[in-house]
Design a protein around this ligand. Structure first.
Ligand code: ZN
Length: 136
């Protein structure tokens, strides 16, 4: 089981890491390590042939799964489809979901859980270009 560690923390930011995703195992939630207030993020990894041992549904939050490596199948209620590295799957509230790894390599993914319908401004409609000395 991989662990998440908070590496840096300031008044307005937090940096946490689960380390290399190549060897990532299990499931790791991020919110407590970063103090996130708008969403919960988790890293997940399933070995060959494995699926989550239960279906679940959310009452208020949608989930967005981002597949980082591997291949598998995804089920939403009674619909099943193939997924692979690069796939992004949004699952609405009140829907049963599960994910299974069908590749020889582990299926590694990120799941972002946020309140359905809460996204207001985004990208450049919520951004201001600011003046700052580049210290990088
Ligand atoms: Zn969930």
């Amino acid at each position: 089981m991989s662990e998440i560690k908070t590496l840096q923390k300031g008044e307005k930011f937090a940096h946490a890491s689960v380390g290399s995703l190549k060897g990532f195992e299990g499931k790791q939630f991020v919110k407590d390590a970063t103090g996130a207030t708008s969403c919960e993020i988790s890293f997940g990894s399933l070995p060959t042939g494995a699926a989550i041992p239960f279906f679940h549904s959310h009452r208020e939050n949608e989930e967005n799964y981002i597949i980082l490596s591997g291949e598998g199948k995804f089920q939403v209620d009674d619909t099943v489809f193939d997924i692979a590295e690069g796939s992004v799957i949004r699952v609405a509230t009140h829907s049963d979901r599960n994910i299974k790894c069908t590749s020889a390599e582990p299926l590694v993914y990120i799941c972002i859980q946020a309140k359905e319908g809460s996204l207001g401004g985004y990208t450049m409609t919520d951004a201001d270009v600011t003046e700052r000395e580049n210290l990088l």
